[in-house]
Design a binder for this molecule. Structure first.
Ligand code: ATP
Length: 238
């Protein structure tokens, strides 16, 4: 059976900070529309891997393809224009208004398309519309994550890459972020979510686990639950 070309695939990706190698031979595939959870403990290399994907850090070796094109040597802005949006752990510019943040997300679009895109985002997140002239710093933690998601979506991406969207949020807000991302599935948008919080498992099509800069597991959520070591590590079960 012919397999679909992955939207994103990495092969043998390595990354380093100076002489310290952090990623070792990372292979992942993301099909169009998939929601992939990248789990890993503190320091496992999740942020480093996301940065190499979006072009904020050069891969020291390996191949990164997006829609069949080798993008490993493209600058971050070029990768964004190809359809990869990145939401960092901070996610927004706190000293800018909500509207300005969304417009920055849409900067690759024409002025008119950016205006339309902002309206789309307000329809998706009405709470942001009410506060559009306020500073991002005036939003609650959960609302800031919504703005971060809106800012990233404003670029009209095919792949939304997110670094720990649960960071700094109370469990109640984490649930809200999970529901928001869950509602975005099925619109042809692929998502890669780096997390330590297993609350995101419910919306994942597949899971990769990074351990010491290497992929230690890849498979479905059911397969992960069937793995004794992962069960102990992530679910605290014997
Ligand atoms: P966390 O959940 O804590 O963000 P992570 O899985 O995202 O962890 P990374 O931030 O990618 O992990 O860090 C991987 C390793 O690289 C760690 O050992 C970290 O100390 C190191 N590291 C990260 N950023 C730098 C940097 N700018 N310079 C040097 N070493 C770094």
């Amino acid at each position: 059976m012919p397999t679909e070309t992955p939207l994103l695939s990495t092969r043998a990706v390595e990354a380093r900070y100076g002489r310290m190698q952090v990623l070792w031979g990372v292979d992942i595939d993301i099909q169009p529309g998939e929601t992939i959870l990248l789990l890993g403990a503190n320091g496992a290399g999740k942020t480093t891997f996301l940065k190499t994907l979006v072009g904020l850090l050069p891969a020291s070796a390996g191949v990164i393809s997006f829609a069949g094109e080798d993008i490993a040597h493209l600058r971050a802005d070029k990768r964004m224009r190809r359809g990869i949006a990145y939401m960092s752990e901070l996610g927004v510019f706190p000293d800018l208004t909500i509207e300005e943040n969304i417009r920055i997300g849409a900067q690759a679009l024409s002025t008119r398309a950016a205006r339309d895109k902002a309206e789309d985002m307000y329809a998706l997140f009405p709470v942001l519309k009410e506060k559009r002239s306020g500073l991002a710093s005036s939003l609650s933690g959960g609302q800031r994550k919504m703005l971060g998601i809106a800012k990233a979506l404003a670029a009209d991406p095919r792949l939304l890459v997110m670094d720990e969207p649960s960071a700094g949020l109370s469990p109640l807000f984490v649930g809200e972020v999970v529901r928001t991302l869950g509602a975005l599935r099925g619109r042809g948008l692929a998502m890669l979510i780096a997390e330590q919080n297993i609350g995101f498992l419910g919306i994942a099509t597949r899971v990769y686990v990074l351990e010491g800069g290497r992929i230690g597991f890849s498979g479905t959520v059911a397969a992960m639950e069937g793995d004794e070591a992962l069960r102990k590590a992530y679910f605290g079960l014997k």
